[in-house]
Design a protein around this ligand. Structure first.
Ligand code: SF4
Length: 276
């Protein structure tokens, strides 16, 4: 039984002209004017809280992170995917197609796609031109078609056409990076994972949950501070917050419920101390 859960569909940026077929699509982690106004992260941000047991001490970094988690749970109690899928294979395809495309548009394309290419074996040997034609509305269609077909060939050759429920096996497939793998594990298999996309990266840095720029290092920082059972939902909540409030260019700090716990927000609004 496949669960429909929240969407961490890849939302990378990039240039079709570059024709990149990355393991995960490129990220858009540029430093914005808003970020430039905040103090430099190394001066402003404490090291990520270490994991611990029991209630965090008042005023500690663990208490601040706990308040952030609590606030995000309250703001976004139900995080559900908007991508329609009925199997891990379908989620894999939908996630790849969702790069630089809305979930709604992907959902309009995938029924026709799955009718034509119902499994990895069919997709692997399908005519590239047919794949491109069907997925054209999702953008970057040549890159996506190539990536999908290479992944499907890997599934057919190594896993009898089935999507493995294992991070190492997934990232060993052509065209699948940690971000896409964590989306699949979390949503199709219920295996917790932190998905680091451009929103998670930006919001984590502003909230001083990490000092790192590299997605894998950010992932490790978040995994250290957030209980495993919350990994998938926590990253999805950061994505929601990044889309709605903590937007790239002009974060809506005065309207943000995380402002009392956010060093970047304090700096941007001149709001003084950060509450822990
Ligand atoms: S206060 Fe909120 S909107 Fe402002 S930087 Fe922090 S998390 Fe982002």
């Amino acid at each position: 039984m496949i669960r429909k859960r929240s969407s961490a569909a890849a939302h990378p940026a990039g240039s079709e002209a570059k024709r990149r077929a990355p393991k995960d699509p490129p990220r858009t982690g540029r430093r914005t004017k808003a970020d430039a106004k905040a103090p430099h992260r190394s001066a402003q941000r404490p090291a990520p809280a270490l994991p611990g047991r029991g209630a965090p001490a008042p005023g500690s970094e663990r208490a601040r992170v706990a308040a952030i988690r609590r606030t995000l749970r309250r703001l976004y109690p139900q995080v559900r995917t908007a991508l329609a899928f009925a199997s891990p294979y379908q989620l894999l395809v939908a996630t790849v197609l969702s790069a630089q495309c809305t979930d709604e548009r992907v959902n309009r394309v995938t029924p026709g796609f799955f009718a034509r290419f119902p499994d990895a074996a069919t997709l692997a040997r399908g005519p590239r031109a047919d794949i491109e034609e069907i997925i054209r509305p999702t953008g970057f269609f040549r890159m996506k078609a190539k990536s999908l077909q290479e992944t499907a060939a890997g599934l057919a050759e190594r896993h009898q056409g089935r999507v493995p429920a294992d991070l190492d096996a997934l990232v060993a497939l052509p065209g699948i990076g940690r971000k896409t793998a964590n989306v699949i594990l979390g949503n199709a298999f219920g295996i917790p994972g932190i998905t680091v996309d451009t929103h998670v990266r930006r919001v984590s840095l502003r909230l001083a949950l990490t000092r790192e720029d590299h997605p894998e290092k950010i992932e490790i920082d978040l995994m250290r501070q957030v209980p495993r059972r919350e990994w998938s939902d926590f990253s999805l909540r950061l994505i929601e917050h990044g889309r709605r409030i903590c937007v790239a260019r002009k974060p809506r700090c005065p309207a943000c419920a995380l402002l009392p716990h956010c060093p970047a927000g304090a700096a941007l609004t001149g709001n003084g101390a950060v509450r822990r």
